[in-house]
Unconditional design. Structure first.
Length: 42
C-alpha cells in the first residue's frame, strides 16, 4: 500500500517539475522576444 502512494507522489512531483520548467521556459522566451522587439524598434 505504501509503495503505491510513493509511486503516485513521485508522479505528482514529475508533473510539478515539468510545469515549473515550462514556466521558466515561457518567461525566458518572452524575455528574448521583448529584447528582440526593442532592438527592432530602437
Amino acid at each position: 500500500m505504501a509503495e503505491k502512494i510513493q509511486k503516485e507522489s513521485k508522479g505528482v512531483n514529475n508533473i510539478m517539475n515539468v510545469a515549473f520548467i515550462n514556466r521558466i521556459y515561457v518567461v525566458f522566451e518572452e524575455g528574448m522576444l521583448l529584447q528582440r522587439k526593442e532592438k527592432w524598434e530602437g
